[in-house]
Design a protein around this ligand. Structure first.
Ligand code: ADP
Length: 673
């Protein structure tokens, strides 16, 4: 990944460098061009006006000479020289001034070097004849050329006509021509020199009436192909166009181009390096963060971090899973208060239902001043231990530990403790009652003399009563003793039953009950149970019937009887009207013994509990009847030891139906099972 980003950065740096350097160089070039062009425009103006000035000067000189000639047409050569010399002395580019009368050149200045020209007939020189003839006939001054000079170089010739004073008709052909020959190269060199502008290629061409180029007058025609700065100078007879191009051409490169490249590369490269460094820092920060996150996520407990403004920074998966109902509100940036409010709306906090505002206030107070951990019950019934602490920089760190199991175990232990206390109360009462009977009746038997039968016998013996009366008194005494012994036996039996129950329970808990499995006839077994309990049923005025078919079952006869006595005994005990009926059915593997009564019934929410030890349904009927709450717990465990089950269906006020399901061929199951 890092290698890819580094390569991309390098490519980006190169591309940006090229873009930036090219752009800067373009701008610099434009600026350089603009500067050179501005300078060239200024220089072109200067050259144009200088040329204009020089040509005007030539024109003025020509006018002065014409004027003089028009005054004195018969001027001598000497006078001509005296006239011209001072006029051209300050214009070194003027090579020659000539004066013709008609087509004959009569006077020149300077004469030296031009002697042969005097007396020249223009009609014999075709190159010059056209210009001369046009000037003479048109009467207009014209600047002609360039013409080749004998001494080399080229020259412009200004021809201006003059008219002798006798000539009144100006439409007639002119008297003669004043010709001023100007050294072209010298003229332009002087202009350029005088303006210090030798660094240009200068070219001049004449334009036609339609302003199209007609003829090159000076310099190279190619100059006009290189985007020259153009200026126009009106001259006698035509318009000249000056073209100006820097001698080195227009700038095409930037001098500091390479420097720009280097600087661009350095700056973009620096930015690229900065970016890479920042990216790597960001990556390592992200890696550290994700390590921390995965570490926090793997914590078994819920964890959440809130910033000093109480906005959530991070909550791990466990935390979110605890608050499933308000999960949507638990996102970074949301405040703790908002999360609580959302949870309250959705019934997230069990103990807040019905008193949301007060709960919110209390919870926030604890959150802002965390001291002891608090316990919180959630909407789904789970319990959380909430521990919050404030870090020195103002953050709040919250832990959530699921203490549901702990809480349930505690509740179970408390319930067991309550049940045990209850049992102790019951058992002490249950034991004390028969014991009190036994002790009371035993006292009576110890002191027989207080029995009514003894008193009657004693009285009969002492008074010498007859034999019949003594026999009656003795019989009364016997009946009294038998009655008391019987009560002692009943109470002892009851006591023994209770003690047996407690011992059985202890044995079952210690897994030391051993079954003695043998074939048992179910019909016989049920008959003995109904006949044993039939007396109690009869005493209560209820029926106890059975239609259990004879069937051989592999079971521990003693324990099965104990189970039946318990279930049927309960049915009789808790039935005041109607009766108890035992029935059975079986298939190939199991037999079901059904004990149905029309008693008080058991509330639906207690049905599962009655098989737990020490549990008694809290009704007046139960309270009226003695019991320890052990019977059904023992019965269920004994049946389960046989590999069977006990279940109950009941409707309060209408009766109950206990079903014992036993395997037909029970094995002696491992006690530890
Ligand atoms: P106990 O010694 O109190 O009878 P048991 O474990 O045998 O203890 O029964 C537990 C409780 O179940 C009873 O106290 C009674 O409240 C309820 N119970 C059991 N059998 C019946 C029944 N046939 N009808 C109504 N309640 C019953």
């Amino acid at each position: 990944m890092t290698a890819i980003v580094a390569s991309l950065t390098v490519v980006l740096v190169l591309a940006l460098t090229s873009l930036l350097a090219t752009k800067i160089n373009e701008n610099l070039l434009n600026m350089a061009r603009q500067a050179v062009q501005e300078e060239a425009h200024g220089d072109a103006d200067a050259i144009a006006s200088a040329l204009q000035r020089e040509l005007t000067k030539v024109d003025v000189i020509a006018r002065a000479i014409r004027h003089a000639l028009e005054q004195r047409p018969d001027i001598t050569q000497k006078e001509f020289g005296a006239l011209v010399a001072p006029l051209i002395s300050t214009t070194p580019s003027i090579l020659l001034v000539g004066r013709s009368r008609g087509y004959i050149l009569e006077q020149v200045y300077p004469v030296s070097g031009n002697e042969t020209a005097i007396g020249l007939d223009y009609r014999l020189v075709p190159r010059q004849f056209i210009g001369v003839d046009r000037t003479l006939r048109s009467g207009e001054t014209s600047l002609q050329g360039p013409v080749n000079l004998v001494q080399g170089g080229q020259a412009f010739v200004q021809r201006s006509p003059y008219y002798a004073p006798t000539t009144n008709d100006m439409s007639q052909i002119a008297t003669g021509i004043v010709s001023i020959v100007v050294d072209r190269d010298r003229l332009l060199k002087e202009i350029a020199q005088s303006h210090g502008m030798m660094s240009y290629h200068i070219a001049i061409r004449s334009l036609g009436d339609d302003l199209n180029p007609v003829k090159m007058l000076y310099g190279s025609a190619g100059t006009f192909d290189h985007q020259p700065v153009l200026r126009q100078v009106p001259t006698d007879g035509s318009t000249w166009q000056i073209g100006l191009v820097p001698a080195t051409g227009w700038p095409v490169t930037v001098r500091v181009g390479n420097l720009v490249w280097a600087l661009s590369f350095l700056s973009i490269g620096f930015l690229g390096a900065m970016f890479l460094a920042l990216w790597m820092m960001y990556r390592s920060k992200r890696a550290a963060e994700s390590q921390l996150r995965s570490a926090i996520n793997s914590i078994e407990d819920g964890f959440a971090l809130f910033d000093p403004l109480d906005r959530l920074v991070f909550a791990n998966e466990k935390y979110l899973s605890y608050y499933e109902l308000s999960r949507d509100a638990i996102y970074p940036g949301n405040t703790f208060e908002n999360i609580l409010k959302e949870g309250l709306k959705k019934g997230q906090y069990k103990d807040a239902i019905g008193r949301e505002d007060a709960w919110l206030e209390e919870r926030l107070a604890k959150h802002f001043n965390p001291t002891e951990p608090i316990e919180q019950k959630l909407g789904d019934g789970r319990w959380l231990k909430v521990a919050e602490t404030r870090s020195p920089d103002g953050n709040t760190v919250g832990f959530r530990v699921d203490i549901t199991e702990l809480k349930q175990a505690r509740e179970r232990a408390e319930a067991a403790n309550r049940a045990k206390n209850n049992f102790l109360n019951i058992i002490s009462h249950e034991l004390r009652t028969p014991l009190t009977s036994v002790i009371g009746y035993a006292r009576f038997l110890e002191n027989v003399d207080i029995l009514p039968g003894f008193k009657a016998l004693d009285n009969a013996v002492r008074t010498g009563a007859d034999r019949d009366e003594c026999t009656r008194a003795l019989s009364t005494l016997r009946s009294d003793v038998a009655n008391m012994s019987g009560r002692i036996t009943t109470a002892s039996d009851h006591l023994l039953g209770l003690i047996n129950d407690v011992l059985d329970r202890a044995k079952l808990e210690a897994n030391t009950v051993e079954l003695c499995i043998a074939p048992v006839d179910l019909g016989d077994m049920v008959n003995t149970v109904t006949s044993d309990l039939g007396i109690r049923a009869a005493e209560k005025g209820i029926t106890l019937t059975s239609d259990v078919v004879p069937l051989s079952v592999n079971a521990d006869a003693k324990r099965l009887r104990q189970v039946l006595i318990n279930i049927v005994g309960n049915a009789v005990k808790f039935t005041e009207t109607g009766g108890v009926h035992l029935s059975s059915d079986h298939d190939e593997t199991n037999v079901r013994i059904i004990v149905r009564d029309t008693g008080c019934g058991i509330p639906a929410d207690q049905l599962d509990l009655i098989f737990k030890q020490f549990v008694q349904v809290d009704t007046s009927v139960t309270r009226r009847n003695s019991g320890t709450g052990l019977g059904l717990a023992i019965a269920r465990q004994l049946v389960e030891l046989h590999g069977g089950t006990i279940s109950v269906e009941s409707e309060q006020g209408r009766g109950s139906c206990f079903t014992i399901t036993l395997p037909l061929h029970a094995r002696n199951l491992e006690l530890a099972a």
